[in-house]
Design a protein around this ligand. Structure first.
Ligand SMILES: NC(=O)C1=CN([C@@H]2O[C@H](COP(=O)(O)OP(=O)(O)OC[C@H]3O[C@@H](n4cnc5c(N)ncnc54)[C@H](OP(=O)(O)O)[C@@H]3O)[C@@H](O)[C@H]2O)C=CC1
Ligand SMILES: O=C1O[C@H](COP(=O)(O)O)[C@@H](O)[C@H](O)[C@H]1O
Length: 485
């Protein structure tokens, strides 16, 4: 199958830091279909040779353990081509269309790795140039809008040119190997399904913690904040994967229909429940790995006195038969104590304990990063006699060790799926809009608080697990965050 993969924004940070290294890994693993061409597009005049040199130099800046040899890079570089084009200029699209038609690849994937303000003009012009035929797919990077109305407007323009199945909305968390394994865990093993419900599960915690700060992206981040950057998309997508009903088939729409039902079942927020169940924070100066780091307000390009949240913790419920009354706690933040993304399923304790000592309920920990694995925490008798207290033990599965040659990174997986037209791991427009619909009352409540009372996020020291009040949010239900248990 021949393909053309076109990167709009071909010289940008996302392309050289994430997309090109991922493609190179796919190429190295022999997973990239033969007959491919990778075409980078940006405004500067460059030759193919200049662009290949640009990517070679950037590769030296990314993960050293994955560096290609000169010979490997030379073979990969043969796939790389460059085309000058101003995406804001309607006249520039005809040349691109000719270039793609001339080659006549079976599949054309157009990856929009540019600022989203260009998406409407890009889509309209692609339509005018006839670049929306059925063999063409368009990949849309986040952020897709900053609220429901802007997301709906982007989707309106996209839908006026492409069908739903031609428009692939990226959420790179869905490409992470553990997230794919979550489906396998639930729907390929009979063991968990009878337990996967309110009768056996006490609460579920989704933590997406980063130890990095906002770095040099202060201006972008300040317009965005943790709720839009991580909760509206990544955390909610993980929640849908955990809470969805078993789909009838592995077909993309069967899965996405079930995910949408979860989003529609989330308890809607009111101003009162935002005040009670949502907590936002902003990091102050502190220590990470023994090194002092500045507070958010002292980061580059952050406006003085900003109220932007770098931490969010919230409590919600999925209001359906399976999950009624089970708290789902979501938490994300920058400059936290560790880089740690995981989902913790806390089971209920046994109804009638017969062993002495404190009892810890079972936990299933789905680890997304830094490790990628699954840990089932149980209690065991040490074997020294009747009446002894129990000891915690773990069944720990490290996927990187179990399948050393099979693991692929998130962007590698998503790029290969985009080329192959596998849609399961891409977000449908109705899911994305429903997620905005759900977070919007939180955004509204925060802007009212700011306008009426000048209230902003609570401070937390960098290198901690966020504001102390985050513990109180779960303690109210008699629970604790996983690291406090
Ligand atoms: N960087 C990251 O890790 C991530 C980024 N994103 C999102 O991806 C998008 C791109 O981000 P990023 O790569 O960091 O941004 P950059 O500013 O680094 O890159 C923007 C790219 O778009 C090109 N471009 C801008 N305007 C035009 C135009 N009119 N015509 C043609 N090309 C144009 C630029 O090339 P030139 O100026 O030479 O024309 C450049 O290649 C953003 O929406 C960002 O939020 C999402 C996830 C992660
Ligand atoms: O989408 C985003 O994700 C990254 C975190 O991704 P990870 O794969 O490194 O966990 C986050 O830093 C960034 O702010 C956000 O836009």
């Amino acid at each position: 199958m021949s393909f053309d993969l076109v990167f709009f924004g071909g010289t940008g940070d996302l392309t050289w830091r994430k997309l090109m290294p991922a493609l190179f890994q796919a190429f190295r693993h022999g997973k990239l279909p033969a007959g491919g061409r990778i075409l980078a597009v940006a405004r500067e005049e460059r030759s193919d040779a200049d662009y290949r040199q640009f990517i070679a130099e950037r590769f030296a800046e990314v993960d050293r353990s994955k560096q290609p040899s000169a010979e490997e890079f030379a073979r990969f570089a043969e796939l790389l081509h460059y085309r000058r084009m101003d995406l804001a200029q309607p006249d520039d699209y005809a040349g691109l269309a000719d270039c793609l038609r001339e080659r006549g690849a079976d599949t054309v994937v157009l990856y929009l790795a540019t600022s989203p303000h260009l998406f409407p003009v890009i889509c309209e012009q692609l339509g005018r140039a006839g670049l929306n035929a059925p063999h063409v797919r368009v990949v849309l990077e986040k952020p897709l809008g900053h609220d429901l109305a802007s997301a709906q407007e982007i989707n309106r323009v996209v839908r006026s040119v492409f069908t739903e199945n031609q428009a692939l909305r990226i959420d790179h968390y869905l490409g992470k190997p553990s997230v794919q394994n979550l489906s396998a865990l639930r729907f390929a093993n009979a063991l968990f399904e009878p337990l996967w419900r309110r009768e056996s599960i006490a609460n579920i915690q989704i933590t997406l913690a980063e130890s990095l700060g906002v770095g040099t992206r202060g201006d972008f981040y300040d317009r965005t904040g943790a709720l839009r950057d991580m909760i509206q998309n990544h955390a909610l997508q993980l929640l849908t994967m955990i809470a969805m009903e078993p789909p009838a088939t592995g077909d993309a729409d069967a899965i996405r229909d079930e995910k949408l039902k979860v989003l529609k079942s989330l308890r809607p927020f009111t101003p009162e429940s935002v005040a009670r169940d949502v907590l936002r924070g902003q990091y102050r100066a502190g220590n990470i790995g023994g090194q002092p780091v500045p507070g958010y307000l002292d980061e580059q390009k952050v406006p003085p006195g900003s109220h932007c949240e770098t931490f969010v913790a919230l409590r919600t419920e999925v209001q359906n038969w399976r999950w009624a009354g089970v708290p789902f706690y979501l938490r994300t933040g920058k400059r936290l104590a560790a880089r740690d993304a995981q989902i913790v399923v806390n089971f209920r304790p046994v109804p009638h304990p017969i062993f002495p000592g404190a009892h810890r309920a079972n936990q299933l920990v789905i680890k997304l990063q830094p490790e990628d694995g699954l840990e089932l925490r149980l209690l065991a008798a040490k074997g020294s006699g009747v009446g002894e207290s129990l000891a915690p033990v773990s069944l720990d599965l490290d996927f990187d060790r179990a399948f050393p040659s099979e693991r692929v990174g998130a962007y590698e997986r998503l790029l290969l799926d985009a080329i192959a037209g596998r849609l399961n791991l891409f977000v449908r427009s109705d899911e994305q809009e429903q997620a905005w619909r759900w977070v919007e009352p939180i955004l509204d409540a925060w802007s009212r608080e700011r306008e009426q009372h000048g209230e902003g996020p609570r401070g937390y020291a960098a290198g901690t697990w966020g504001p102390a009040a985050a513990s109180a949010l779960v303690a109210r239900d008699g629970n604790a965050w996983s690291e406090e248990q």
